[in-house]
Design a protein around this ligand. Structure first.
Ligand SMILES: Cc1cc2nc3c(=O)[nH]c(=O)nc-3n(C[C@H](O)[C@H](O)[C@H](O)COP(=O)(O)OP(=O)(O)OC[C@H]3O[C@@H](n4cnc5c(N)ncnc54)[C@H](O)[C@@H]3O)c2cc1C
Length: 393
């Protein structure tokens, strides 16, 4: 039976990150992915590597600081995959967040980002509003601008796995994890590959199965604790509105939630929604009412597109956020990643719930610190904040 230090379930950004971090630390690591890399949430995000300006409103300062640090690292190590973009927040007479509130928020954003060049912000002078892709100017008081970064989430995930494989890590794909049994010094686990059942041993099993993480955790014997989490659906639509100036961050005219309108594949991508989801994670897809909600945003802010209908949608996808179960709206809940272990001393199973695309490297570093005592000594091969990520071909 093959033996590994770390076996990871799930080839999304978190699984990719842990694979890379484990290999960089000199460990023997295997990633098991049942479909394709980034076939889950990690290809259905808003594709932003960002500090998360709106998390300031819910007081998540540590998350914003860490995310801004990760943004700076991405811009350095992945210039082929992550680019800084201008962001525009139009403020109309009836917009909830006023210019002074936004500027205060952006000042804090700059402070948490260490006032590096990417945190500069200001207002777009009125004489330049005409270059903003046909943005509605009626009732417009101000346009605040700042910067954040955009990526291709699926390509980023593949690039991280490629980097890990270059450090000696292994990938089993398509391969489906089926079950795991805890032993005193690790885990024996089974997965199916090309119709055959394969059994391997690991010192630590890392459950990075995203919205499927509770399913994976339930397949561990004897049973391990599973936190109370909920799935919240977020949908995006693509339309043929060619956007060149940057990314618009607007309030939904329906309920005031923040929605992004971003340049994407020669057109634009609009997202996202927040709808509680109780079904099978494999079957998630945008609902007609979510599509109408997003179209209403475009019609409201881009008058030339007031006739836009669902027939104009060129692409649609939905992903699932894993959030701690709570009573408040999904929008206001903590976006901190939740890590759980089967036992505090020398854990054998670590599960990752929730998190951000932006925070994958920091999450992986946290995982390695947490599982370090369970792993044999190893010779470090690399530092993940110095490994250059190349666009996969
Ligand atoms: C709508 C939306 C927008 C978002 N926008 C942003 C954003 O702009 N910026 C940002 O920083 N974050 C964003 N996020 C968060 C970010 O996308 C997620 O935190 C991240 O992609 C989660 O990655 P993951 O690896 O945990 O899960 P996933 O990407 O879902 O990966 C889990 C993987 O596990 C595999 N798997 C499941 N079961 C098994 C099994 N039995 N055997 C083998 N493999 C299995 C699946 O096939 C899948 O590939 C967004 C999230 C959503 C939902």
């Amino acid at each position: 039976m093959k033996e590994y230090d770390v076996v990871i379930i799930g080839g999304g950004i978190h699984g990719a990150g842990v694979l890379q971090a484990a290999a960089a630390a000199g460990h023997k690591a295997l990633l098991i992915e049942r479909q394709g890399l980034a076939s889950g949430t990690s290809s259905r995000s808003s594709k932003l590597i960002h500090g998360g300006l709106r998390y300031l409103e819910s007081g998540q300062f540590a998350l914003v600081r860490e995310s801004l640090r990760e943004r700076a690292i991405h811009l350095r190590i992945a210039p082929e995959l992550v680019a800084l973009k201008p962001f525009y927040i139009p403020v109309y007479r009836d917009t909830r967040r006023r210019p002074w509130q936004l500027k205060l928020g952006l000042w804090m954003y700059a402070l948490l980002g260490g006032f590096d060049g990417a945190t500069r912000f200001g207002s777009v002078p009125k004489r330049e509003w005409a270059r903003l892709d046909g943005l509605k100017t009626e009732g417009l008081d101000a346009v605040i601008h700042y910067h954040d970064a955009q990526t291709n989430d699926a390509l980023l995930t593949r690039a991280v796995v490629k980097s890990a494989l270059g450090l000696g890590a292994e990938l089993a794909m398509p391969a489906r994890f089926s079950s795991a049994t805890l032993r005193e010094d690790g885990v024996t686990l089974t997965y199916t590959l090309a119709g055959s059942s394969v059994e391997v041993r690991a010192r630590v099993l890392v459950n990075a199965a995203g919205p499927w993480a509770t399913r994976v955790a339930r397949a561990v014997e004897p049973a391990i604790a599973i936190p109370d989490v909920e799935l919240v659906q977020g949908s995006h639509i693509a339309i043929p509105l060619r956007i060149t100036a940057g990314i618009y961050y607007v309030e939904s005219p329906t309920d005031g939630r923040a929605v992004f309108v971003m340049p994407w594949a020669g057109g634009s991508l609009i997202g996202t929604t927040e709808t509680p989801y109780r079904g099978d994670p494999d079957l998630v897809q945008p609902s007609p009412s979510e599509e109408e909600y997003l179209l209403a945003v475009v019609r409201h802010y881009f008058p030339a597109l007031s006739g836009l209908t669902r027939d104009d949608i060129t692409e649609r996808f939905a992903g699932l956020r894993v959030l701690p179960a709570a009573t408040q709206a999904a929008f206001d809940r903590s976006r901190e990643t939740l890590f759980t272990v089967d036992r505090d001393v020398r854990p054998r199973v670590l599960s990752i719930y929730g998190g951000k695309l932006t925070g994958w490297r920091a999450a992986a570093a946290h995982v390695m610190r947490r599982i370090g005592p369970s792993l044999p000594p190893a010779v470090k091969r690399a530092e993940t904040d110095l490994l250059i990520l190349r666009k996969p071909t």
